[in-house]
Design a protein around this ligand. Structure first.
Ligand code: ATP
Ligand code: MG
Length: 351
């Protein structure tokens, strides 16, 4: 087993909606596995990043901060081991973003494949919010502020980690020494869970995901609706397992790998109906999400407590980020000023 005891982990989620099974498969499961095994793990609720394509609906972002934290607690993230950090509560991250923007070109920002795809998906055409185009730089600030060496993410985030390392390289070159470490993406065995509609990625913004907080009925309904093989008309027909959402979810969540392989061959040969597969998946998802839903309900009774946890995590994070910011400011040679107490009497003469 790999030794992660020296690693600092940074991961996070945009508070654009409740978390779903894609988050669980792509990132949360790894965070849970590494919690307590690594040196430290910060979990960022990226509200500033969420604003970059939700500025007109800021209430949605604010509301979902609590929802995301509840999802974290519900799956078992422990804020004493993995502090929950509110991005906008750490202004040092914005300062770092501003500094990093000086070592990134617009052409490089426009080349980021994930951002490119998201611009299309959101129909921005030529009206791309500048903040949106620059969000990989803010993500570089998030990762480097904590000097993270490991980033458990889905595969849509590989290009962000790559861009982060380019920025770190430039800062280190300016400094003439290694100020910022290299960050490695940690992919799960299911780095991109498809949507229930068979689309390549289950996503909050596409509304094609099963939320971690879904009711038992919602789970059953979603499984029933899942995309299968449209050419598989009769049970006896040979079926295609590729692109079959139920198989993708079984691959992600069924612990009995051998049984899933057997089902896959059977499906390909013919003689296995989608109903049987869906029924198996439904049982697995119900068992996985029932305790999550139960714990979430318990924590949801005391939202003030959950917000206090975020407050504590954010304060811890600020201490670390402030140290990195001081170093990076030094790299750019910014003048240092001592924060002196304000002399009200002297100011009032001129103000
Ligand atoms: P949005 O649509 O608002 O961007 P999202 O569903 O893409 O939301 P994010 O908050 O952007 O979720 O992603 C948080 C983390 O979860 C990232 O590491 C991302 O790679 C991972 N993730 C999100 N969706 C999936 C998925 N379908 N499969 C695997 N990982 C995913
Ligand atoms: Mg996303």
């Amino acid at each position: 087993m790999t030794d992660y005891s020296n690693d600092i982990i940074l991961t996070g989620d945009r508070p654009t909606g409740p978390l779903h099974l894609g988050h669980f498969a792509g990132s949360l499961a790894n965070r849970l596995a590494l919690q307590g095994q690594c040196r430290r793990q910060f979990v960022l609720i990226a509200d500033l990043q969420a604003l970059t394509d939700n500025a007109g609906d800021a209430g949605r972002v604010a509301q979902n901060v609590l929802e995301v934290a509840l999802d974290y607690l519900a799956v078992g993230l422990d804020p004493t081991l993995s502090p929950f950090v509110l991005q906008s509560g750490v202004p040092e991250l914005s300062d770092l973003t501003m500094l990093y923007l000086n070592v990134v070109t617009v052409a490089r920002l426009e080349r980021n494949p994930t951002v490119k795809a998201e611009i299309q998906q959101r129909g921005f055409a030529r009206d791309i919010p500048a903040g949106f185009l620059c969000y990989p730089v803010s993500q570089a600030a998030d990762i480097t502020a904590f000097k993270a060496t490991l980033v458990p993410v889905g595969d849509d985030q590989l290009s962000m980690v790559e861009q982060t390392n380019e920025i770190a390289f430039r800062i280190n070159r300016l400094a003439g020494r290694d100020v910022l470490p290299e960050a490695k993406a940690l992919l799960s065995t299911m780095p991109r869970l498809p949507g229930i509609d068979g689309k390549a990625k289950a996503s909050k913004s596409l509304g094609n995901a099963i939320n971690l907080s879904a009711s038992s009925e919602e789970i059953a309904r979603a499984v029933q609706m899942m995309f299968t093989d449209p050419g598989h008309l009769r049970v006896s027909d040979p079926g295609r397992a590729e692109g079959h959402a139920v198989f993708a979810y079984l691959d992600a969540f069924d612990p009995d790998r051998a049984a899933v392989e057997e089902l896959r061959s059977h499906y390909r040969r013919g003689g296995l109906g989608d109903g049987a597969l869906k029924s198996r998946l439904n049982d697995i998802l119900q068992a996985l999400l029932e305790p999550v839903r139960r714990r979430r309900k318990q924590f949801a009774r005391d939202p003030a407590y959950v917000m206090r946890l975020i407050g504590e995590g954010t304060a811890t994070a600020r201490e670390v980020a402030a140290r990195t910011l001081a170093e990076v400011r030094g790299v750019f040679g910014l003048a240092k000023i001592e924060p002196l107490p304000v002399d009200r009497k002297r100011l009032s003469a001129t103000w």
